[in-house]
Design a protein around this ligand. Sequence first.
Ligand code: XIL
Length: 585
Amino acid sequence: MHEIMPHRDFIGYLKSAVIALVIVSGLLCAVYVWTYRDGIFSAHTAANQQTNLLASGWDHMPGVTPQTSGLHVTHTDQAIVQQDGSPGMTNPSVNLYGTHLYADGDYSLTAKISDISGSAVLRVFGAAPLTQDEFYTNPRNIELVINDTSVTTNTWVSNRSRNPYTQKPSNSTVRSIKQSPSHTLSIKHTNGQLIIQIDNATIAQQRYKNIFDKEVWFGLTTTAPNDSWTLQSLDLTTNAPNRVFAVNTTASTVQRAPATDALQTLANRTRPDFQVGAAVALAPSISDNNYRNLVYGGQFGSITTENALKWQFIHPQLSTYDFTDADNLVNLARQHALSVHGHTLVFGEANPAWVLNLPTKTNTDKLKVEQIMIDHVTKTMGHFKGRITSWDVVNEPLSDDEDTIGLRQHKWFEAMGESYIATAFRTAHDADPQAKLFINDYGLEADGERWDTMLALVTQLKKDGVPIDGVGFQAHVYEEADKIDVGTLRQHIRQLADLGLVSRISEMDVYSDDGPDVQSQQYRDVFVACFDEPSCMSWTTWGVTDKYNLYLDDRGRIASGQDYLWDMNAQPTPALTAIQSFLRQ
Ligand code: XIL
């Protein structure tokens, strides 16, 4: 017994040493993680130290140009238009790809603004607004509107049960101010209160509950298109620098999915030429880590620009293009080695009011509309040449009205008749001869008039030597009647292959009302059908997590569905598992 005591002591000593080592390295890791969290550039400022928020991270904001005097702010003119052409919602420019605050404590923000020509709008959001093409979510925010004589403070409290088009601020105050070449605005977040001041005079004071929880995102714009102003400085002061700090999202990193789970990685084992894609938006790519990890961490090999490249966002006026947020999204994808499918160039929807109002009566009118379409395709594809490798050149050309068979009677058809399609493809090919060019529509999976019309159309295009590479089957399954018969789908894919055309499943999502079994069966069957057909080149799902499965219901309120592969909490659904197990076989 005695003899082995020292040995035991030694083991005991060793054990304690190992435990101590584990604790110390654990602590070191924690400190390391704390210090090197994504993109934080001021976690270690001393208490009450001021951080100059304009120091970096404002180069990718729509309508905003960094200059030596500060940020020059203009209006982007981007608006979300209702499809009957009536005015829609404004779409305020927000600094997503750049600087925002993590703010879990008290702080104050001081902004110096000058050179106001017309109006200045400074908006602080408690969450990143999400832009869709029919509405944008207007999360809790305070909007300060300043002109020569007054400052208006609007408080918006997020209210999903309201139609976003008619939502009003929960609180609004107007104060007169003295005309002056510059103003100092401050927002103090202190002891459960928000105190807003201009030139040291208090203009609003309110409880901040439900306005700023943890994040602050900055919106800068004007009320009218030709107005402008300068944000000379924007400073953050806090006593809690470890809980309130600036984050530059251009430095955000991505956590990769295990190779055994990642759809694209699994697909590569049998079909390295095949792409698994998702329709993606910028705001959640930036503001939601779960979403970012899923999209950019190996599950997908490509993205489709869900709304970012729709005409109303990138071409808000005849001679105004704004590719800033679309560039942010495309660059993000490319940084993570994902390819980008451009959606969409010529479409009857998501067009700005100026397009919807173009006359098409006379020949001159018609030629003008044609030229506008040609310019849009040329300019947009030229801008993304080499970065976007395939495009939906013409989206949803088929009639939406079940009683009228044939082509949709939208602006482009009114001006050019059926020839708008060939013209769009020829223009697209001239703009980027390398890009793969697609026509894309829904309801092509089943036999019937829609399919017959599409098949006749692409047969004619091929006969005429029009440069078209393939057809996108949207594969939206919104209700039982939409359910896809995979035998028919495969037959259609083969008919296209016979014409020398490739196929893609371009926008798949499946309703959940009939339960997870029906949903996962549809997802899996359609995926398999495409994967097993050599001419079906990619399968794209129209969304990622159910958190962003948002739409406007019959009463115009924002509603949410459960149609995607990951649920509200970014957890895998049975549909995802079903596709993964097919690919693992
Ligand atoms: C949808 C978007 O996903 C929504 O965010 C938007 O509000 C409406 O448009 N067919 C298409 C896509 O080609 O552009 C549509 O996208 C879905 C149907």
